[in-house]
Design a protein around this ligand. Structure first.
Ligand SMILES: NC(=O)c1ccc[n+]([C@@H]2O[C@H](COP(=O)([O-])OP(=O)(O)OC[C@H]3O[C@@H](n4cnc5c(N)ncnc54)[C@H](OP(=O)(O)O)[C@@H]3O)[C@@H](O)[C@H]2O)c1
Length: 374
């Protein structure tokens, strides 16, 4: 059922921009659109993350005075309904796109962020950027609100700035690894990912759906977004492979973890794989600690961690799945067990699932925007 909901065309917004579970009773007074809220622009509003921004804004009653929906000239002029109002998608390249904007939520790819992010900053907007364009810039905070809110200390509404949202796999991993790291200090982390189609955008989700139908019908699969058959297959992440043999997605996890934890010595290695799941990533994470950490203590730490849900029922063999976390805010952690290859309780194995369009992108960005309002 969830998969069916997830493959709907994300460009076709329901009248209240939400799915059935998000809709409110008609008599509910909406608090989000209000005079004392910031003026918000969404760059990439027609995309998978852009559409999720709108859902998250509704779900969290994020206050806004006005809303500007920006995309490329391809979508300019398209009409979208959101919270009972009609909006016309505007061309990002048109002059004055950021005039009067306080917060600009960017999710239109790195080249768009590089080109238009500085223009938004020059208009005194705070840009929350979902691309990798500025993540490793030492002047740009790279923020997961539950993990390193202190990195935002110098960012103020009304003063142009860029804040970067980490890579989705990094966010999901660190939501679970950080509480354990705070307790016993992670020395080394080995990550294997199982990444969903949604991580590659709306068109990739459509391609997986189409390929599944084609393969079941005995036809050759259409490969536009990915270079090979995705349905009923898995393959190494489609990010470019670097000279050291790692792909870009893997090296993002390595570098971003060091920056977010402010720990240049933490050793991280990753293998990132695409699996034919529509929405939500899974990650197997092996941790090596400086101090001993037994699995029961780890479970208690994770139980108390904000944004984390434990699904760890050994008797029923019930552990996190992408379907269980799809459309959910929390990341789910399970398979919490001592690593038998490490001595003195200095190693743990955990398995994490998280909706990477939500906590891995839109929710994390809106949480960052909420911090600006405090
Ligand atoms: N999907 C995820 O889970 C995820 C997670 C974390 C970060 N991100 C990042 O978020 C960004 C968008 O991802 P997505 O999955 O939402 O992609 P998507 O579904 O393909 O959407 C791309 C959006 O960007 C717009 N766009 C593309 N080129 C543009 C241009 N030249 N000028 C203005 N707008 C342009 C598109 O507008 P049109 O309708 O006009 O084409 C569309 O709204 C990427 O940087 C991605 O790395 C994605």
């Amino acid at each position: 059922m969830q998969a069916a909901a997830a493959v709907r065309n994300p460009h076709l917004l329901a009248p209240s921009a939400g799915r059935a579970r998000h809709r409110r009773a008609p008599s509910t007074v909406r608090m989000a659109l209000r005079e004392d809220g910031p003026s918000v622009a969404i760059v990439g509003a027609t995309g998978a993350v852009g559409q999720e921004f709108l859902r998250v804004i509704t779900d969290r009653d994020f206050p806004y005075r006005s809303l500007r929906l920006l995309a490329s000239e391809r979508s300019a002029g398209k009409r979208l309904s959101f919270e009972d109002r009609e909006y016309t998608v505007q061309d990002l390249a048109a002059p004055g796109a950021f005039d009067g904007v306080d917060i600009a939520l960017f999710s239109a790819g790195g080249s768009v962020s590089r080109k238009y992010g500085p223009a938004a900053v020059a208009s005194d907007a705070v840009v929350v950027d979902n691309s990798s364009a500025f993540r490793m810039d030492p002047e740009v905070p790279l923020v997961i609100p539950e993990v390193n809110p202190e990195a935002m200390a110098n960012v103020r509404l009304g003063k142009g700035a860029i804040v970067a949202n980490p890579n989705c796999s990094t966010i999901i991993c660190l939501m679970a690894a950080t509480p354990l790291h705070r307790h016993a200090k992670v020395l080394r982390m080995v990550v294997s990912t199982y990444q969903a189609a949604s991580g590659a955008g709306a068109a990739a989700m459509e391609e997986l759906k189409l390929q599944t139908q084609e393969v079941l019908a005995g036809k050759a699969p259409t490969c536009n977004i990915f270079s090979q058959q995705y349905a009923f297959n898995i393959f190494s992440h489609n990010a470019p492979v670097l000279e050291n043999g790692y792909n870009e997605e893997e090296m993002k996890m390595v570098k971003e973890t060091r920056k977010i934890w402010n720990d240049k010595d933490v050793r991280v290695t990753a293998t990132c794989i695409r699996v034919p799941v529509m929405r939500a990533h899974a990650e197997s994470v092996n941790l090596q600690f400086e101090k001993p950490l037994d699995e029961n203590t780890a479970r208690e730490i994770l139980r108390a961690a904000p944004g984390v849900t434990i699904i760890d029922d050994r008797a029923a063999n019930n552990f996190p799945t992408p379907l269980q976390v799809s459309d959910k805010d929390d990341v789910a952690v399970g398979r919490i067990r001592q690593d038998v290859s490490q001595d003195d309780n200095r190693g743990l194995e955990i398995f994490i699932c998280g909706d990477q369009i939500r906590k891995g992108a839109a929710l994390n960005a809106v949480q960052i925007a909420e911090m600006l309002l405090k």
